[in-house]
Design a protein around this ligand. Sequence first.
Ligand SMILES: Cc1ncc(COP(=O)(O)O)c(C=O)c1O
Length: 399
Amino acid sequence: MANQPLLNTYGRLPVVFEHGRGMWLYDTEGQRYLDTFTGIAVCGLGHSHPGVAHAISQQAERLTHCSNLFHCKLQQELAHRICDQTGMDGAFFANSGAEVNETAIKLARHYGHQRGVTNPSIIVMENAFHGRTLATLTATGNRRVQAGFEPLVSGFVRAPFDDLAAVEAIAEANHDVVAILVEPVQGEGGVAIPDPDYLPGLRDICDRNNWLLMLDEVQTGNARTGTYLACQQAGVEPDVVTLAKGFGNGYPIGACLARGEAARVFGPGSHGSTFGGNPLGCAAALAVLDAIEQDALTQRARILGQRLLDRFREHLEGADYIHDIRGQGLMLGIELTGPCSELVLLAKVQGILLNITRERVIRLLPPLTMTDDEADYLADQVIRIIKLYAADDRDRPRQ
Ligand SMILES: Cc1ncc(COP(=O)(O)O)c(C=O)c1O
């Protein structure tokens, strides 16, 4: 299928989807596919969620967009709801994960300048992913994302993930640091789950140095890991937290939330977005919050995540091609012992959509709305495909 006249930025599978429902996507030939990663953690309520579809269509008939030059009732309502949900004090709405992370980076720099730091730096982690704009790709810890886009943005210091001593060492040596930006669980980085002491340790270092703790919950947020924010499981309150992906269940909306002093950093004119927080996006995000609350989806993510983990461990653990099986809520990783990109094509032929990160980690981000039976079905299909792939791989001639 030719890509022209689209710019050549994606390696795409040869399939065109026409509609979706729950954990299923249907292509133009009428074939259905089991979607195990919901647009990379976007459709957390499943495809075409009726509550969100209704909210969007109702709002589209009333008012889609005005301007942030005026007050917007739905934006204020959404800010109240999301601050209540997260314990934060203020919200800025934008349209994507990269944009809300840019907002956080700008906020940290402004915070630094207000404290007299003329070259403020932010600590970011190896294998992190924060987006594709220039500042967020610089913050991203992956050379493949950065290569060819130099010069990168200054003002970032890199530390290994899940290594408190490394951050302490930076604190000793670098007096320009004003913030840490980190994912509570690295998604693109291979579903890397840090030690339970990591986030509380970072909180403590930030408190001792007057740094902002900024959590990128673009992928982990919106109930995905079993609490609304992943950091709530660690009992950690960030100064800044970013949300996108599942926040609008497919409508592009994200939020940068701030607490305490961080919530007082910006003033009129500091930052802005034409589309950010328009009534249509706010209606979608409010419908998502309603569904999470009404259907107790944080709890469901915990229960279903454990159910999937148990089933994967029962059927796959100990196999010579499995390196590790891990997860937090409905963010799961099955790490194989070798690169497994061919698995995506094999699964597609079998009607299953799989996502691989860091070459060897099957990343599962299924909808939080699955029934128990659907979760079992999904687990059984993934197990079947992995076993099929392992058997095929064994038969493949080595060079
Ligand atoms: C943790 C994290 N931050 C930021 C982003 C960037 O989000 P977007 O693609 O909406 O700009 C992603 C996307 O995968 C992500 O996983």
